[in-house]
Write a protein that binds this ligand. Structure first.
Ligand SMILES: *Cc1c(COP(=O)(O)O)cnc(C)c1O
Length: 486
């Protein structure tokens, strides 16, 4: 299996080679040169597998350069009930991504698939935990080391730290805006005492953190000497790890491959639903892929109109589903590449236009950049959006009708899923976080606190370990060098 860039850079790369890198040299994103296909025979056999067994089968198709025995061991080490123990029951923990039928009336079936039972209570653990083990494995093989340097406003940073803590050859330097994360998120990250984790609270906002990461990454000499890498959402291995739970969801919700299902995905950077698109391209019988956004509706706008218009910082709203507050969907280029029949020069031109003019238009109207919007249905995509008042209402409705508390992102998903139910096609909504993470809004909706999984009761009272720094690039570089000794 070889990989090439969405912008045409074709020097063939294998899975291990793109694992530690980010963007392709031409600024594009990596995709396999062809999508591996699944057969009916395989799907039938996979119905009986554990999550780890299924993960191995799917990964095997993409990571052909890793010996199978090693890959199987990595999958088994990653997807254990001990790591996914925050499920609502032990039986669910063993399933890793348990399904729960919320409603089944008049052929309108609504199912919740929980992806949020990992250590940080958000779906990013599903992929990041695998990445941690893959990194450790690859680095050990080459006697190499890696210093992950990133910025977070909450979920990604904590998922990365919990995946990399205690891993040999890896250090994490994570910037976050000082006193701007929720008390729960801050406690989750800063209470880690592992010597390979460095939390740096920057006096400023998230954009200041991100600017520092860019400034440091642009200094190639420093970056190479310090072996700096990233774990952002364009990482291909993260996308592949996410393909697995679409297979799990499909296989658990059906008994025959004749049956189709749809998925609704609370979306921000388009990483999660991009994995659904890839599962569908591999031949998994997915009917619709429903993109749910919050007030930050850049994706909903595209899937309704064919116009992709990225937002400026001032137009990016801080909402109560904050992990979907994005202005530019970093994985979107992977889908556009397929939509354009893998025409890399056109993809390159369109995404250059995003940088210079803030977007592109595929509506087919006079003066537009193309008419591929007419082919959207062929890929199964539809979309919808959900606002703060919808979240509150949906959290109340789900508690009342189905007896469970959902988080704000999942509420955006359910709201949009209910608008897209079709008779005879089960709709699986991906639960992307547990409610304890976003307690402020749960309180607003239900007038009580969200339940906390065992072990999280007093997390805010644990001792915290972090450094406060100003947004000074020189001082940051000195801090990294001092702690790596490189
Ligand atoms: C990251 C995240 C999302 C958005 O996922 P994308 O892959 O960026 O589209 C949705 N919900 C939660 C809770 C998240 O952490």
């Amino acid at each position: 299996m070889q990989y090439a860039s969405t912008r045409g850079h074709t020097a063939a790369q294998n899975f291990s080679e793109i694992l530690l890198g980010g963007l392709a040299p031409d600024g594009g994103l990596y995709l396999p040169t062809t999508y591996p296909q699944v057969t009916d025979v395989e799907l039938d056999a996979w119905r009986k597998l554990s999550y780890a067994g299924l993960a191995f089968e799917v990964l095997k198709k993409f990571a052909t350069d890793i010996p199978e025995a090693d890959l199987r061991a990595l999958a088994e080490q990653t997807y254990t009930s001990d790591v996914y123990k925050n499920a609502r029951s032990d039986e669910s923990a063993a399933q890793i991504t348990p399904l729960r039928v919320l409603q089944d009336k008049n052929g309108h079936k609504l199912v919740l698939q929980a992806l949020s039972n990992g250590p940080t209570l958000a779906f990013k653990d599903m992929a990041m935990q695998l990445l941690g083990n893959l990194f450790e494995y690859t680095l050990a093989k080459n006697g190499a080391e890696l210093n992950i340097f990133g910025a977070t406003s909450g979920d990604t940073g904590s998922a990365a730290e919990y995946a990399m803590r205690g891993k040999k050859g890896i250090r994490v330097f994570m910037l976050s805006p000082h006193k701007k994360m929720s008390a729960f998120q801050t406690a989750q990250m800063f209470s880690l005492q592992d010597p390979n984790i460095f939390n740096i609270a920057v006096e400023g906002v998230f954009d200041d953190c991100q600017d520092m990461v860019k400034a440091v990454s642009n200094d190639l000499e420093f970056k190479n000497r310090q072996k700096i890498g990233t774990v952002n959402s364009i990482n291909w291995a993260r996308v592949v790890a996410q393909v697995v739970y679409y297979f799990r969801g499909y296989l658990s919700a059906t008994t025959s491959n004749e049956q189709k299902v749809s998925f609704t995905v609370p979306s921000g950077n388009f990483g999660n639903i991009c994995a659904g698109h890839i599962a569908r391209m591999m031949g998994l019988p997915i009917d619709k892929l429903v993109v749910a956004t919050n007030e930050n509706d850049v994706l909903d706008e595209f899937f309704r109109t064919g116009i992709y218009r990225v937002r400026k910082s001032a137009e990016t709203w801080h909402t109560t589903s904050p992990s979907m507050d994005i202005s530019k969907a970093s994985n979107f280029e992977r889908f556009i590449y397929d939509l354009l029949d893998r025409d890399a020069p056109r993809v390159a031109a369109l995404f250059k236009k995003v940088e210079t003019e803030g977007g592109f238009d595929l509506s087919g109207k006079p003066g537009s950049d193309g008419d591929e919007f007419s082919k959207i249905a062929k890929f199964g995509f539809v979309s919808g959006k959900s606002l703060h008042a919808d979240r509150l209402q949906t959290i109340r409705q789900v508690e009342k009708e189905f007896g469970i508390t959902i988080d704000t992102h999942t509420a955006d998903g359910i709201k949009v899923a209910l608008e897209n139910l079709e008779e005879g096609v089960p709709m699986i909504v991906l639960e992307t976080a547990l409610p304890a993470k976003f307690n402020e809004t749960i309180k607003e909706a239900l007038g009580r606190d969200a339940e906390r999984p065992a072990g999280f009761e007093n997390i805010e009272a644990l001792p915290q370990r972090f450094d406060v720094m100003t947004a000074d690039v020189t001082a940051m570089k000195a801090f990294i060098a001092k702690n790596t000794g490189l």
